[in-house]
Write a protein that binds this ligand. Structure first.
Ligand code: CO8
Length: 258
C-alpha cells in the first residue's frame, strides 16, 4: 500500500518503517498513526518479515502528537473517538519484534510510541520527554505508565511534572534505552540488531517477546510459571532439536521455524 506520512522498505527479512512528516518534526497526526498501524499489520502478516524497525529523521523520531490537529478538540470528541487508543494498541498487539531507532526528539506521543516498541536503540542526539504538562494536559499513551516501569517513579515524576527532556546518556543509565550509538551509526546498529533477531527461530522470538511482555501484567510467581510452561513447549519444535544439536556439533543452527 502507498503511504504519505511514512516510508516502508522490506529488505533481508526486516521491515524498516520511517516516520516522514519532516515539516512537523514527525508529529503524530491521525493519518500517520493510521498508516503506521496498517504498516505494522502488513509487516506482521508478511511471512518474509521477521523483525521491524521504526525510525524517524536525524532531528526527530517524533515530537509528539500533532498539537495543531488536537488543539480544537473537545472532551466529547477525544472520548468518543478514543483518541490514539487504536495506534498504541496496534503497536502493542504486533507479534513480531519491533525496535525503535531514535535520533533527536522523542517527545510526548513520540516517546510513548518508542516505549511501546520492544526496545529502543538511541543515537547520542536523542532526547526523550513527556512535555504534555506544558500544554495543560498529561501523557495519554503510556508516558505515566510505561515510563514509570522503565525508569522508576522518581525520574518518571520528574519528567511528567517538569516536562524536562532526558538525553541519551541519562536514558541509557535509567534503563529506558538498551544502547546508545553515534548518530551516524544508528540505522546500521538497529538494522544489525534486527538481522540478528531475524536469524533466530521464529517460534522462539515470538515466545520470548510474549514472555517478557507478560512480566508487565503478572505477579512474579505467575510470570515464572508462564515462562517455564512456554520454555517446556519449545521442546515441541524441531528448531529446539536443531539449535541444541548444532551447539553440540559445533556448527551454526539452520532454523526452519518448525
Ligand atoms: N505538533 C504539531 N507540530 C509540531 C509539533 C507537534 N507536536 N512539534 C513540532 N511541530 C512543528 C512546529 O509547529 C514547527 O512547524 P512550523 O514551522 O509550521 O511552525 C515545526 O514542527 C518545527 O518545530 P519548531 O520550529 O518548534 O522546532 P524547534 O527546533 O525550535 O523545537 C521542539 C523543537 C522542542 C521539539 C518543539 O517543536 C516542541 O516543543 N514541540 C512540541 C513538543 C510537545 O509538546 N510534544 C507533546 C505533544 S502532546 C502529545 O504528544 C500527547 C500524546 C498523547 C495523547 C494521548 C491521547 C489519548
Amino acid at each position: 500500500m502507498a503511504f504519505e506520512t511514512i516510508n516502508v522498505e522490506v529488505d533481508d527479512h526486516v521491515a524498516l518503517i520511517k516516520l516522514n512528516r519532516p515539516e512537523a518534526l514527525n508529529a503524530l497526526n491521525n493519518q500517520l498513526l493510521g498508516e503506521l498501524c496498517t504498516a505494522l499489520e502488513e509487516a506482521d502478516a508478511n511471512d518474509k518479515v521477521r523483525c521491524i524497525v521504526i525510525t524517524g529523521s536525524e532531528k526527530a523520531f517524533a515530537a509528539g502528537a500533532d498539537i495543531k490537529e488536537m488543539s480544537e478538540k473537545s472532551f466529547v470528541d477525544v472520548f468518543s473517538e478514543n483518541l490514539f487508543a487504536g495506534a498504541i494498541d496496534c503497536l502493542a498487539g504486533t507479534r513480531k519484534p519491533i525496535i525503535a531507532a531514535v535520533a533527536g526528539y522523542a517527545l510526548g506521543g513520540g516517546c510513548e510510541v518508542a516505549m511501546a516498541c520492544d526496545f529502543i536503540i538511541a543515537a547520542e542526539t536523542a532526547k526523550f520527554g513527556q512535555p504534555e504538562i506544558n500544554l495543560g494536559v498529561i501523557a495519554g499513551m503510556g508516558g505515566t505508565q510505561r515510563l514509570t516501569r522503565a525508569v522508576g517513579k522518581s525520574k518518571a515524576m520528574d519528567m511528567n511534572l517538569t516536562g524536562r527532556f532526558m538525553d541519551a546518556e541519562e536514558a541509557e543509565r535509567a534503563g529506558l534505552v538498551s544502547r546508545v550509538v553515534p548518530a551516524k551509526k544508528l540505522l546500521e546498529e538497529a538494522m544489525g540488531a534486527a538481522q540478528k533477531i531475524a536469524e533466530k527461530s521464529r517460534p522462539s522470538t515470538l515466545a520470548a517477546k510474549e514472555a517478557v511482555n507478560r512480566s508487565y501484567e503478572l505477579t512474579l510467581s505467575e510470570g515464572l510459571l508462564f515462562e517455564r510452561r512456554v520454555f517446556h513447549s519449545m521442546f515441541a519444535t524441531e528448531d529446539q532439536k536443531e539449535g541444541m544439536g548444532a551447539f553440540l556439533e559445533k556448527r551454526q543452527p539452520q532454523f526452519r521455524d518448525k
